[in-house]
Design a binder for this molecule. Structure first.
Ligand code: NAP
Length: 247
């Protein structure tokens, strides 16, 4: 068996480590967006495939027997490409996706980033904490009324709001640290994607404690017909089943 793990998440790294420990042949694929990525165990390839056709060709040429899409819940393009490419080549595909955070009644849930920017624009307070990633900031760029604290792993791409304070950091984050940060910047509104998982969840608890409003961006839908598991253990079980022809 030769497994392609589409990565860029902690779950993908954990799966690669488990597959290597089981003596399986695994290639992890990273987009190459982060300057110093945390490297998974086993073989790693970095960079886009070149759309659906490139991904399908990779699956074929590298004799991949199963694909696990363990990308971030908001990486919708690669997830779509994997669904179409794997189907074209007839390679079984699984989505490993951590559950989203339970929606709190106090949150304002929005469908996408433009809706989040609209919600911020109508907010009468001053200080906004954006943890939506460095590539989604353009929708806030013409908001000159609010102060934005923007936390990203690498510097933002594209335009940012005029009153931006940039914080380069990478989780996991602690509750004490998040509480102190919200207080230091006088944050009144937090905007975040529903990424789920524990690495970045402390900000939500801190926001609750400090009565900071939360605008939560919903996940994009998965391609129709996707088989989804939430844990590395379930992904391993699926891989073993798919190898025995029962996948
Ligand atoms: P995306 O918008 O879904 O994908 C854009 C393009 O990037 C894809 O068409 C593909 O290029 C390439 N790509 C994405 N993931 C890849 C992978 N694992 N291996 C090879 N190529 C990949 O992706 P994104 O939202 O920019 O995310 C990029 C990476 O960062 C993903 O691996 C994701 O797991 C990770 N990540 C994303 C977020 C987020 O909020 N979006 C947060 C944390 C980590 P080609 O068309 O040329 O193949």
């Amino acid at each position: 068996m030769r497994i392609l793990v589409l990565g860029g998440t902690g779950e993908a790294r954990a799966l690669a480590a488990a597959l290597v420990a089981d003596g399986m042949d695994v290639i992890s694929s990273l987009a190459g967006r982060v300057q110093q990525p945390r490297r998974p165990e086993g073989s790693v390839r970095i960079g886009g495939f070149g759309g659906v056709d490139g991904l399908a060709a990779f699956l074929r040429d590298d004799d991949i027997t199963a694909v696990v899409d363990a990308t971030h819940p908001f990486a919708a393009t690669i997830t779509r490409n994997a669904a179409i490419g794997a189907e074209q080549v007839g390679v079984p595909r699984l989505v490993l996706r951590r559950p989203g955070w339970d929606i709190q009644s106090s949150w304002q849930v929005v469908a996408d980033m433009p809706a989040a920017a609209r919600a911020v624009r109508t907010w009468s307070g001053e200080s906004v904490f954006l943890t939506t990633g460095r590539r989604d900031l353009a929708v806030f760029a013409d908001d000159d009324r609010h102060r934005f604290l923007v936390r990203t792993v690498d510097p933002p791409e594209g335009p940012v709001p005029p009153q931006t304070t940039l914080l380069l950091d990478r989780g996991p984050y602690t509750l004490d640290g998040e509480r102190a940060l919200l207080r230091e910047y006088g944050v009144g509104l937090l905007v975040t994607k529903n990424s789920g998982g524990s690495m970045t969840a402390a900000k939500l608890q801190a926001a609750r404690e400090l009565s900071v409003l939360v605008v939560m961006v919903q996940r994009p839908p998965l391609p129709e017909g996707s088989e989804v598991v939430a844990t590395v253990a379930d992904a391993l079980a699926w891989i073993i089943r798919s190898g025995s022809g029962a996948g």
